[in-house]
Design a protein around this ligand. Structure first.
Ligand code: AP5
Length: 218
């Protein structure tokens, strides 16, 4: 199954994608994670991407599209994949459509996580990420067993720079302008399904698994 997770910052796309990737045994492709990895390596592409990411702006389409194209062509994508945070602009959606046509693939499902700004700000202000393995925690909702330490690998946890409240608000306004138009784009294509991103992780996961069965996708 090939699916896209769409929704504002803090909707829980990454958290749910990790759970679903294990349950369905398909790769989780997060453009946010790939870009952060490039930034941490300090490559010219990483330096360029960082300028946009710290301000809460989108990285230019050209840079992101190239990264995604290469990933989709790579090994391990045969049984399907979960795209998290891509596409985020109409330009990216058009590129995805073209790439799918060339690779004889189709987009089965776009899951739109409708989420309130309050939920997002609460989640992002409390999010802590592992420096080592990228594990995601929340100081109240999903706390690590030991404060400041990753449950999976023992790595140190940090607060993302773009999770500060002013930058989260900027990310929301960029989302409203550039990404929200994708909701009607995919509604018109007929493969968009709306779920509530405000639900807790397990509750939402159950709803999604039921949806996949109902649509004969698993
Ligand atoms: P990216 O990393 O993709 O950020 P985002 O889409 O804003 O998503 P987030 O990671 O903030 O939220 P999420 O919905 O994944 O929530 P999560 O599960 O982590 O992108 C970062 C930047 O990279 C962008 O601003 C842009 O600059 C650039 N970029 C990336 N893709 C791009 C593209 N395609 N084009 C151009 N630029 C691009 O959860 C958040 C917190 O809440 C966590 O602490 C988690 O533990 C907790 N939580 C999650 N779900 C629940 C729940 N159900 N209940 C309670 N707590 C929960």
């Amino acid at each position: 199954m090939n699916m896209v997770l769409l929704g504002p910052p803090g909707a829980g796309k990454g958290t749910q994608a990790k759970v679903l990737a294990k349950e369905l045994n398909i790769p989780h492709i997060s453009t946010g994670d790939m870009l952060r990895d490039t930034v941490s390596k300090g490559t010219p592409l990483g330096k360029k991407a960082k300028e946009y990411m710290v301000k809460g702006e989108l990285v230019p389409d050209g840079l992101v599209i190239e990264i995604v194209k290469e990933t989709l062509k790579g090994a391990g994508m045969e049984r399907g994949f979960i795209l998290d945070g891509f596409p985020r602009t109409l330009e990216q959606a058009k590129m995805l459509h073209e790439t799918f046509s060339k690779l004889s693939k189709k987009l089965d499902l776009v899951l739109y996580f409708k989420t309130s700004l309050d939920t997002s700000v609460t989640r992002l202000s409390g999010r802590r990420v592992c420096k080592n393995c990228g594990g995601n925690f929340h100081i109240k909702n999903i706390p690590p067993k030991e404060e400041g330490k990753c449950d999976h690998c023992g790595g140190g946890l940090y607060h993302r720079k773009d999770d500060e409240e002013a930058t989260v608000k900027r990310r929301w306004s960029v989302y409203a302008k550039k990404t929200e138009p994708l909701i009607s784009y995919y509604k018109d294509e007929g493969n968009l399904r709306e779920v509530s991103g405000d639900l807790d992780v397990d509750e939402l996961n159950k709803i999604l698994i039921a949806l996949f069965h109902k649509e004969n996708l698993v």
